[in-house]
Design a protein around this ligand. Structure first.
Ligand code: F0G
Length: 351
């Protein structure tokens, strides 16, 4: 859309911000809803990808952060803090920089993708690597914010979800209705909670006639919602969703129950297969966590839980460039070529 002002302005009537607040925006939102031809063929469904890597910092977190930082600034806060598997910290760092606020980020040591760390560094965040997992980081961030003059901008801060719900609005605005099924990766469970809120609001106001079924997918080694209990030592290649005790547990359970949805686990091998398929067949490069929505789409299409002919949206939550190490892992060292056209032709087997 031409002249897109960012999602707070675009959905002014649906997002509460304090009277007279300066809106802190990087013109996030309005991301592409891309028809996925290959996935549609594979599943017998009409599949679309909501490409959230197209947001300013490369993930859906910007939707929540524009609202959270706008509120923090209006409240006179001087500093914000968050725990993160990487994307929330990148987004918080960028929006805080834009607002002139200090940001501090708590990240699990050695378990965040390199691109995300680079973002936090370059935006000037105070980066604290913690000898623990995301759940430990979140507990530390909550305690710090409770006792000190610093605003918590994790999704336990409810205004984050007000921003994130706009992705559901955008999808309905493009499709002219809600999809039949919405597939999402689930980590701390804020996003599935936010989407469900967005779909419900549009349906309640008669903008769309119905809401979709919400399908939430977790990595098999980090699937507390699937098991119905927290996981003490979550592990997965999809570091963004390496979460053992989701903060928005209740919201996710409600979204699933009220929408006649489901939770399911997908293995790291399935996640990586979907990751490669998205890049090689659809031309969409996402980070591993994002591919879990597509891994789940394929699994539920195969076992019949996803009805053939459904109109499906899969949110792909973050850009593939966030995690170059996963993309390059397993690449063999290749011999460099001499500057010789014959060598190029031979290497490409054109002769
Ligand atoms: N996909 C990506 C790329 C993420 O970064 C996250 C969460 C999710 C999916 C799951 O969303 O937590 O709302 O269920 N990342 C958080 C972070 C935990 O710190 O950046 P969720």
């Amino acid at each position: 859309r031409a002249g897109w002002p960012g999602l707070i302005e675009a959905y002014r009537d649906r997002i509460a911000v304090p009277e007279g607040a300066r809106v802190v925006t990087l013109q996030e939102g309005n991301t592409p809803l891309v028809p996925a031809h290959h996935l549609s063929e594979l599943t017998g469904c009409e599949v679309h990808l909501k490409v959230e890597g197209a947001n300013p910092t490369g993930s859906f977190k910007d939707r929540g952060m524009t609202v959270a930082i706008t509120h923090a600034l209006a409240a006179g806060s001087k500093a914000v803090i968050c725990a993160s598997t990487g994307n929330t910290s990148a987004s918080a760092a960028a929006y805080a920089a834009r607002a002139g606020l200090t940001s501090a980020v708590l990240v699990p040591q050695g378990k965040i993708a390199m691109g995300k760390l680079a973002q936090a560094v370059v935006h000037g965040a105070r980066i604290l690597q913690v000898q623990g997992n995301f759940d430990d980081c979140l507990e530390l961030a909550r305690k710090t914010a409770a006792q000190h003059p610093v605003t918590l901008v994790n999704s336990v801060n409810k205004v984050r979800l007000e921003g994130q719900k706009t992705a559901a609005f955008e999808i309905c605005d493009v499709l002219g209705r809600a999809p039949d099924v919405h597939c999402l990766p689930v980590g701390n469970a804020g996003n599935i909670t936010a989407y469900w809120k967005g779909y419900q609001e549009y349906a309640a106001d008669g903008v769309v006639p119905a809401t979709p079924r919400m399908f939430g997918f977790q990595a098999a080694g980090a699937a507390p919602l699937v098991h119905g209990e927290p996981v003490a030592d979550p592990e997965t290649v999809a570091t963004a969703i390496r979460v053992g005790s989701p903060a928005s547990w209740q919201g996710a359970v409600a979204a699933k129950a009220e929408s006649d949805g489901l939770f399911a686990a997908v293995g790291d091998d399935e996640i990586l297969a979907a990751y490669r398929l998205l890049a090689s067949r659809e031309g969409v490069f996402v980070e591993p966590a994002s591919a879990s929505s597509v891994a789940g789409l394929l699994a539920t299409a195969a076992d019949g839980r996803l009805p053939a002919g459904s109109r499906v949206v899969c949110t792909v939550t973050g850009h593939g460039l966030k995690d170059p190490d996963t993309a390059l892992s397993g690449m063999l060292e290749v011999e460099p070529l001499p500057v010789d056209p014959n060598a190029v032709a031979t290497a490409l087997e054109l002769t």
